[in-house]
Design a protein around this ligand. Structure first.
Ligand code: PMP
Length: 400
């Protein structure tokens, strides 16, 4: 599905990353009448516009010359302290020095790829997995080896088998409310992953932008907190889904040597993350009870998730299956065999509704009958309306 678009003279990796027919189709969903379940955006109405504006006002009034200047690559110590305190409160003892602030957690992925991967190195991923991580590894010239998943996440027996055959350097996982599936890896499997990684000398990238958006069940400990994995896990976090994606603030928590290499790589990439954005976020985290806001956000997301789950049974052709997430933003759908979610997307868009076909989330052989739906961006009434539009397409197919 990638169209090879790099003109002659461009680097081969630019062509390998390619363009996407899906991206082109989804560009058509900007029309206001389209109810889009495609994006991974947090709900606009949950953004604390007033609180964030006040935080910028405060830092620009109190210390304008500091926050408008260059600053250190490692990041604002106040922000690092605030993030370390949040991690420590969730049973992952952390110090400010353990963290490198990044320009979104997406940059942390790019830094890891720079720090760890030679062209031809092998990265093991859940199948399906986060699309932009796949792109990042492709840019690094890595070989991506997929591991099958079930409704609890990565299949650890398959992982052990693949580890015996391949010599991967890095395992990339989104263990909690995964993008795209919404699945959460249970603690037992996290322990198995940690053990396998320790036995094989493997780095683990534990990408967790959604973990704080839990609306059911209990927090599952991070792989980074498990004994076997402590020295070999890089935890990636982000303010994107819990405060604002536009501020582009993320972090990585890594053992000292790897963090040092990532810091140097970041210096070459962008010197440092925006000083004023970090200062405003640090002030916000000091002055506001973000956890209380997240509790309120979790009510909103649970209501939206439940609205979508309720509607799915009436929307999808019989024989379809879907995930039932305990948090995050995504539901993963599998239509019956023979359905092609990419082919149906343009019809959906013509009916003013959109989703993301599942195919690009797969490394290797894609399952064309899959798709990802985000419930985060619309209230229950709009979700119901959007699902009725989808039903016209999917159910109509069923009668054909
Ligand atoms: N990892 C995953 C799994 C994601 O879903 C996303 C964003 N959609 C990111 C990383 C990047 O997030 P950000 O750069 O905004 O922190």
């Amino acid at each position: 599905m990638n169209t090879r678009i790099a003109p002659p003279g461009f680097a081969a990796r630019a062509a390998a990353a390619g363009g996407s027919v899906i991206r082109e189709a989804l560009a058509l969903t900007a029309r206001p009448e389209v109810i889009s379940f495609a994006g991974g955006l947090p709900a606009s109405e949950l953004l604390d516009v007033e609180g964030i504006r006040a935080a910028y006002d405060h830092v620009l009034t109190e210390s304008p010359h500091r926050v408008l200047q260059y600053s250190t690559t490692e990041g604002d110590p106040r922000l690092r302290e605030a993030v370390a305190a949040r991690l420590s409160a969730r049973q992952l003892p952390s110090r400010a020095e353990d963290l490198l602030v990044t320009t979104g957690s997406q940059q942390a992925l790019a830094l890891l790829a720079t720090a760890l991967l030679e062209p031809g190195d092998t990265v093991v991923v859940e199948n399906p997995t986060y699309l932009a991580a796949l792109q990042c590894f492709t840019y690094a010239g890595a070989r991506v080896v997929p591991v099958p998943t079930d409704d609890q996440g990565i299949d650890v027996e398959a992982l052990a088998r693949i580890m015996a055959e391949e010599r991967p350097k890095l395992l990339y996982l989104v263990p909690t409310f995964q993008n795209p599936t919404g699945h959460t890896l249970p603690l037992e499997r996290r322990r198995s992953v940690a053990r396998i990684a320790a036995e094989r000398g493997l780095w683990i990238a534990e990408d967790d932008p959604y973990g704080e958006l839990r609306f059911r069940g209990e927090h599952v400990p991070w792989i980074a907190s498990l004994d076997d994995a402590r020295d070999r896990t890089v935890l990636l976090g982000s303010l994107s889904k819990i405060l604002s994606p536009g501020m582009r603030l993320g972090w990585l928590r890594a053992p000292a040597a790897l963090r040092g290499v990532c810091t140097l790589a970041k210096q070459a990439l962008d010197l440092h993350t925006s000083t004023v954005d970090q200062a405003a976020a640090a002030h916000y985290l000091r002055e506001h009870d973000l956890d209380a806001r997240l509790v309120r956000a979790s009510y909103t997301y649970r209501e939206r998730c439940d609205a979508m789950l309720d509607a799915l049974a009436h929307t999808l052709p019989s024989g379809s299956t879907w995930s039932r997430p305990d948090g995050g933003m995504f539901i993963w759908v599998r239509l019956p065999d023979g359905y092609d979610a990419i082919a149906l997307l343009s019809e959906a868009i013509a009916h003013d509704v959109a989703y993301v076909p599942g195919a690009p989330f797969f490394a290797g052989q894609a399952d064309p009958a899959t798709l990802r739906m985000s419930f985060a961006g619309h209230g229950p009434a709009q979700i119901e309306q959007g699902m009725k539009r989808l039903a016209q397409i999917f159910r109509y197919r069923e009668r054909e």
